[in-house]
Design a protein around this ligand. Structure first.
Ligand code: 4AZ
Length: 872
């Protein structure tokens, strides 16, 4: 027997209790282990003699008896009994409390009662008709769950929340108390859409035929919903009238904090609803606990029927119109924060349900769009367009605007909403594209599933001669026709680059990239990857272990971010992440306390880099009021409040002449050349000018929100040269300070060390000419352009570029500023999303021409002068 016999002996002595020795023993030992006691001392203490311990048989009761129960033995027995009892109690608590633990789950669902007709009284949850039908539905649900083994035993109760037409749809929630290990199985069982045949014993109850019975776990935040109805509203659209509703207190006081609000919207049978948020301003979307407005295509807040989830602030021109698939919508507002925002104002109306969508299109050309475009198409819809052009012609479809975005699916996987043509599915957000057929027929199919909708598409179909699809032009592989001279010119004009493939490069002025593209020779080694595969920048780089400066110089890596301008252009100190106080140079940011940093562009980036925090002071600038801007629709019209620092300068009797930017309540920045006197007009006279702030449309200068200001004085830069346009900058003081609003806000000014690197995308805005020699725009225009390397800039415009000037644009032309944009800002989105003014529109050779980018005054170069003059 040996040692194991001795172990059992010790255990035996300690055990008195419930389930037999071996079980007791193991528990005791567990306790001993937990108490830090070891087994051998237990043996020693109990027997006193090692020899008596080692080989004592278990059933040798006589020997044990002979020794007699000494006092310490009794004590040990008492202690052991106490431990055992505590353990048993613990075990019981564990057994009843934890082993029996259940999770409470609530499911939201709907079901259709096909053999019932909808009564108006069903809209009122206190009517006897509602109560009677609801109790029958509850009973039917109970019976239905009792037939499913994984549901029946755990079902607690169900509550019917609403009914709607079709025949009768009942919306309910069902509560379950389920063991945790069954949670997934229960979720699955509930989400199965089923047709229910009630068990025979239910027939007596009511001959219900239930279809589409389906339910989903409720959003946990809705669970916190209190039973009070203080923020619960029911609205029914009447006739053709538009019904308005708002969040409580809108617009004068913020919506309630930590609230659960809901609006049940209904229309008549066979109608659908069109819902529009006219004004939307709730707390910004930040993480899981932000305030949230959800629109459901149902009367139950079921996630798979959510049409949209909204938070943040939307600009008034953002399209927030949604269509329902039935005659109901449920809008919920869940607020988890104490932030003070006005909420929303919305309207809705009913319109007849579309009998079908799609159809036969048989003209030579025409247009079609997703249902209710540009409103959000309804969920759960299928449309098919059969397009047939004359027999001897082929057909192509051009999608001019295309938005089928579902936030919950990976980009490119068209598993939810899509357009299908020639067996290929298209979804997401796409710029203009063409799909052609090599016959006279094409079929376009559009599908939207039951959740998340978007604004859809606008398309045109055209017929073309199959032998000559692009008469007098080059046809891209995508079907687009472009001018013949754009082929092999170094710039991609076809969206698929097919105009730049299979080209023979002109050796005297072109470089052949590894990917076979031809690019202008002077783009080689200019620090911009023009080929796309980097081959134009290969062999220009510095040896391994060294750093390449923006001016091409190579430095040992150790000299990067050492606080000294070793490149000579500051580029080795421009993007250092480790912030160290270093000796001050022309390229290091100087904190208010005089210490300098080796981090590039540290001002207002959301991180306190200076020990005195001065880099994050005076940062109330460069932010828009609206977190959501409308998508660019077609052209490049700006959106309301998108560029709230943009100013329009009108000269007396001449209308808009120049742009400017707001940098503080009292000061504007513009271009000096706008204020040069001419024989017939004294442009330098501040009384001749009026500044319009918060303006979008030149024809609506008296619209609400627009501020009209006279000028107190004009300060042009003393070094402005009206021949070279060097130092083309002016400061304009307003007679009365501007009032900041959603459409009037200042832009941030960069520090004098701020670097806007070559290749950076920057926005230019203005009401200038939309074509060289054309006319000014009524609606503020915006265009995205890129900073061009200074050496390239000097080569393109020889002898004309000074260190105060910067080329920004595309060498391929196309997007540029033009006459009338002068004085306006270049807006650069920097770290933390803040917008800084990189430049002022100054001059250019023509507008949007190839190799002739626009020229802008560099703000960092004149930053100290601005501070001197204005204090800003
Ligand atoms: C102008 O005349 C002007 N393409 C402004 C910018 C540019 C050209 C002309 C740049 O105000």
């Amino acid at each position: 027997m040996g040692h194991s016999g001795a172990l059992l002996q010790c255990q035996h002595l300690g055990g008195r209790g419930i389930q037999g020795n071996s079980f007791k023993v193991s528990l005791v030992f567990r306790v001993q282990d937990q108490l830090g006691l070891r087994r051998r001392p237990c043996l020693k203490n109990m027997n006193g003699f090692e020899e008596g311990v080692e080989f004592l048989p278990v059933n040798n009761a006589k020997q044990v008896e002979k020794r007699g129960p000494r006092r310490w033995v009794v004590m040990v027995a008492v202690v052991f009994s106490f431990l055992l009892l505590s353990l048993m109690a613990g075990l019981l608590v564990w057994h009843f409390h934890y082993r029996n633990v259940r999770i409470q789950k609530v499911f939201n669902g709907h079901l259709r009662i096909t053999n019932e007709n909808f009564l108006d009284a069903y809209e009122n949850s206190t009517s006897t008709e509602f109560i009677s039908l609801a109790s029958q539905v509850k009973e039917a649900l109970k019976l239905m769950y009792s037939e499913v083994p994984v549901l029946g035993p755990y079902h607690k109760k169900s509550t019917v929340t609403a009914f709607s037409e079709g025949s009768v749809i009942a919306y309910y929630w069902s509560e379950f108390s389920i063991p945790p290990h069954l949670e997934e199985e229960v979720d699955r069982a509930m989400a199965v859409e089923r047709v229910v045949t009630l068990p025979p014993r239910a027939r007596a109850l009511k001959s219900f035929v239930l279809t589409s019975v389906v339910a989903f776990p409720i959003d946990p935040r809705m669970l916190q919903r209190t039973q009070d109805n203080s923020c619960s509203f029911a609205l029914h659209a009447r006739g053709r009238t538009v019904t308005r509703f708002t969040t409580p207190g809108f617009p004068n006081s913020p919506y309630p904090a930590h609230a659960r609000c809901q609006w049940v919207l209904r229309g008549d049978a066979d109608s659908v609803l069109s819902l529009t948020f006219r004004s939307f301003d709730v707390a910004p979307c930040d993480g899981h606990d932000s305030d949230l407005v959800t629109v459901y295509d149902s009367l139950s807040p079921m996630e798979p029927h959510a049409v949209v989830r909204l938070c943040g602030t939307f600009s008034p021109s953002y399209n927030l119109t949604f269509l329902s698939s039935q005659n109901v919508f449920l809008v919920t507002l869940i607020t988890n924060t104490d932030r003070r925002h006005p909420g929303f104002e919305a309207t809705f109306f009913q319109l007849p349900k579309m009998s079908s969508c799609g159809g036969l299109l048989s003209e030579a050309q025409g247009t079609f769009s997703s249902p209710y475009y540009p409103g959000h198409y309804p969920p759960n819809i299928n449309c098919t367009w059969n397009i047939k052009v004359p027999n001897n012609r082929n057909v192509k479809v051009r999608f001019k605007l295309f938005y089928l975005v579902d936030p919950n699916i990976p980009v490119g996987s068209c598993t939810k909403d899509y357009v299908e043509i020639n067996g290929e599915k298209f979804c997401g957000e796409r710029s203009q594209f063409v799909v052609s057929s090599n016959s006279s027929k094409i079929t376009v199919h559009f599908h939207s599933d039951h959740s998340y909708t978007d604004t859809g598409f606008l398309a045109e179909y055209l017929s073309y001669d199959s032998n000559d699809p692009c008469p007098g032009m080059f046809m891209c592989k995508t079907g687009r026709c472009i001018r013949k001279d754009l082929r092999c010119d170094g710039w991609a004009d076809c969206p698929d680059y097919s105009d730049e493939r299979h080209c023979r490069c002109n050796a005297t002025h072109q470089f052949m990239c590894k990917n076979q593209f031809c690019k202008p020779l002077f783009w080689v080694c200019d620090s911009v990857n023009d080929c796309g595969d980097g081959s134009d920048e290969e062999g220009c780089s510095c040896p391994a272990g060294s750093f390449k400066c923006s001016n091409g110089k190579c430095l040992p890596q150790s000299q990067q971010c050492n606080g000294k301008d070793d490149c000579g252009d500051g580029s080795d100190e421009a993007s250092c992440d480790n912030v160290n106080a270093v000796s001050c140079t022309k390229y290091t940011y100087r904190c208010q306390n005089g210490l300098c940093l080796n981090k590039g562009n540290p001002e207002c980036d959301g991180k306190k880099d200076c020990s005195d925090g001065s880099d994050e002071k005076n940062c109330d600038c460069g932010l828009r009021s609206f977190t959501k801007q409308a998508r660019v629709v077609g052209g490049t019209n700006a959106d309301e409040g998108e560029w709230p620092w943009q100013v329009s300068l009108h000269a007396l009797g001449q209308g808009h002449l120049c742009g400017a930017s707001l940098i503080s309540p009292d000061w504007l920045v513009s271009a000096a050349h706008c204020f040069q006197d001419e024989t017939i007009f004294k442009y330098s006279d501040h009384t001749m000018w009026t500044a319009f702030l918060g303006l979008l449309d030149q024809s609506k200068r008296s619209a609400s929100g627009v501020q009209e200001h006279k000028l107190k004085r004009i300060i042009t830069h003393p070094s402005f040269n009206d021949f070279t346009f060097d130092y083309d900058i002016a400061l304009l003081e307003l007679e009365k300070p501007a009032e900041y609003s959603t459409v009037v806000r200042p832009i941030c000014l960069p520090d004098n060390t701020h670097v806007f690197p070559a290749g950076k995308a920057i926005w230019v805005t203005g009401w200038g000419h939309t074509k060289e020699g054309g006319t000014g725009a009524l609606i503020l225009q915006k265009g995205e352009i890129r900073v061009i390397n200074q050496t390239t800039c000097e080569e393109l415009l020889p002898q004309q570029i000074t260190p105060r000037m910067m080329c920004v644009g595309f060498l391929s032309g196309g997007v540029d500023s033009c006459q009338g944009d002068s004085g306006g800002p270049l807006s650069s989105v920097e770290k933390d999303g803040r917008i800084f003014q990189a430049g002022v529109v100054s001059w250019g050779e023509g507008c949007a021409q190839r190799n002739k980018p626009g020229v802008y005054t560099r703000i960092p170069e004149v930053r100290d002068w601005i501070k001197e003059q204005t204090g800003v």
